[in-house]
Design a protein around this ligand. Sequence first.
Ligand code: SF4
Length: 983
Amino acid sequence: MGGLQVKVILLEPQDDLISLIASRLMKAETDYSSNIVIFPEYRPGFYLRRFLAAQEKKSFVPPQIYTLDELVNQLYRQIKGRADHFLSDLDAVALLFDLHRQSRSPLGGESFQTLDRFLPWGIKIFAELETLKKATVPPEKIAEIDLLIDEKLSTESHLHFQSLSTIYRQFYEQLEKRKASTLASRYEKVIQHFPFEEFGEGERVIIAGFFSLQELERQVINLLGEKENCDLILIKGKGLGELGLQLGFPAEEAVAWEETKPSSPSLQFYLSPDTHGQIFALNGLLKDKLKRCERKMLPQKLVVVLPAVETLFPLYQFILSPLEENDFNISLGYPLSRTPLFSFFDKLFDLLQNADEEGRLYLPDYLRFVLHPYVKNIFFPEPRRADLTRIMFHTLEEEFLHQKNRSFWRLEEIENDPAIQKRLLARFSTLAEVKEPAICLEHLKNIHNQTIRLFLRIESIEEFGRKIISLIEFIYHSTTARQHFFFHRYAEAMVTRLEELGRSQLSQFQFEQNFGYFNLFRNLMTEARVPFPGTPLQGLQILGFWETRGLKFEEVFFLDLNEDVLPGTSKIDFLIPLALRKQLGLPTYEDIEKKVEYYFNLLINGARQAHLFFVENSEKEKSRLVEKLIWKKQKKEKIPDASTLLRSVRYQISLKPRKGRCIPKTQEIVDFFRNFRFSASSLDLYLNCPLKFYYAYALNLREKEEISEAMEPRDVGLLVHRILENYYQPYLNQPLTLAGLDLNRLERITSSVFREIFGPTLSGNALLMYHQVLRHLKDFILRYQEPIIRNHRPENPVTIIGLEKEIEGDWLVPDHRFAFVARVDRLEMRGKKLYLLDYKTAASEANYSINFKKLNLEDRSSWPEAIHSLQIPLYVFIASQAFRRPPHEIEGKLLFLGKNRIDPSIEYSTLAEDGEGREFQLKTIAEVINRLLVEITNPQIPFAEEMRLPGAEEKKDSSRTKIVRLAARKACEYCSFLDLCGR
Ligand code: SF4
């Protein structure tokens, strides 16, 4: 390693790199083109051009500005006869995959034999081969890996790496044979052919802002340094001495490269409980600044640094979106896999991948896909409006809810199902703006064709890529997607990656199964980034961490300074393990951490003021970089307690519960409820919360039903009711006998009910549920029904007299007769007593009990706490009227089928068995029902959670000014009307 001839200029972090470079450029008039400036990344070049423009104040010819990689590519192209093919990462994967399949001991073992599985692995292998080459690890040393493996690696890793040296050799040999090159091989060639006649004659070369170099990069810099007129401008800082040593400077000199003058930026530390807290605090700071800006635009000397890219969207939503487009500039790479465009394709491919063997689509996946914003907002053909497509898919969803237990559908079945067509046509016929309702059927078919059907058959990767691009174009032209934030950028990034795929040698590969293509897509996009390559250089700068290299700002707002983000090396997954990296002299985690710390310090020490934000909670801790700064400040300012340096971000969230609404009763509402048909469930709801009752029965609002993957308890309940109704039907009006109970019949009925609902082939959840329900119902017959029959003598047999029966009655209060209805699952006589039975698939009685000890008729607030359901007493009252029997001859029972142990004790009643206790209970409940009916129709009592008793104000009687609770205290916990109610 020879010493460098180059002139080294060392700057302090506070110095301005860009103005110094500008001062050293040669120029003829306004022509700077005889200068070559090389930066570690492209962005400082914009700043240099802007600086020169401000200096010249007229048009000028800028210097030639490159990153080191760009310069090497440029020089490579100048080498005679090297007009070869540049191997993209995807071409490299194709070549590696070929070698992998031919190998007798493939890298990674046998686990990566299909291209979709090999792709992410292949991209990593390629990156490591290039690192090995750039580090100029000699082939013999790579061959020694086999020996190193024995000492350092586990057997599994051993298998993975034993052929790395072979693959390294084969890969670069093939490259030569195919007249192709990679970046690392270009570095090698450029070094071999240096110097070039064409390059650098009479030019000034300035290499600026570097911190570390790989061996081939160092060699290129050394060669450039041999030229006259070459400056190497570096900024002093911790860790830079290693570069000095690497470039051949004596150790004493290199040490001095790390000694900086003390700097004292003003530092503020912000501790936040989460990301939104940081954004909240940042917003406050920027708003203050904006108020003080004359042009109402934040200056470009302000930078917001985002080392964690996921913070970009909250930042955009809460801070940037109100600004004008040119008032800020974003420059960072955002992972494509986190964009809605990726999620759209992911949902589409999930849908296709989860189809059953007959190609039928799984309904929850289908709905997830068609309700994705890009699909449900496809323009309807005539009139061209997106809301009509939303209506179409929501109508379709309603019909699916109706037929909800059928889980798998063919596209043709969805398009041609008579019930679906009928419902769609009925809905569209009510829309005056749609002249031809039948268009909706064509529209549905067209959407299927443009999206799902497009991917049913795929011939090759190249065709697959074309199909995705054509679908992106369809989304662009036929939906509202282009109005969404950043859609253009997402689409452009995805299309670029797919075009690369189409041009690459991977494009001719085929998969036997379509899921190979879908996995390939996912793996391909996981690696891709959406570039936000901002250049306007005006307004607030939003930069990723690495984009700040070589730049200086007056005021820095640094977000997400957490250990897992910066340095964040725990997330880096090198293919070659650490032990081997060290042996081979490859960059390690420690090297990356040093680099992070160097550029972090440069940015902070170069600023006048820095605001450092971090999150601290049970999962996150502050970055060691912040810890060091806090400690430094503590020592300097002699502050013993670090917490006094931190500003805690606090939300001003009021945890005091808000009051619910209070809805007064109009005469119309009063009349409505005077003519209402009450049931046990409506009264129970009123008791639980009068507002809930109002929303459900006066406004007729219901929680939206979803089609979910697991079966809802309500659906299981409906199934069980249907099976039991069918099963007991033949026994109606005749005594039940043990001999008559038939378990085979029960099995046949259960199977036919399931098949009727889920289709002829039961699979997945439906099959599982079938077995569970059948087992439980068999238990019900054997352990409940049989003992009940046995317990009744032949002269007092059990006889079912009604199934799923509706019985009606009325309720007389002093001035009005209210109508009541009860639906009873089963009515049966046991001797002289009438039993009303209701099946519950739950296991616990808690929601149906009445605690008579807690119930105080004169204390209205006690009612909702003591009474959980009026169902059983109401059964008794209504049946007593309907069947003209005294209440003591009627029993209401709930059968808890969900209990683990099934026997006659699953019968439950809220009422005492017999005698005075029961009579008292019925009397008390009758009075509760009386008073509730009067209350519901009293215009002076609003629908509210609680209220002051009427007349209390006027009488000034303290005993009557008390607030009365009408609703249960825990009513709001799972209330579906919470948002509407405003609690
Ligand atoms: S949120 Fe509470 S007060 Fe409002 S309707 Fe629901 S239960 Fe009643």
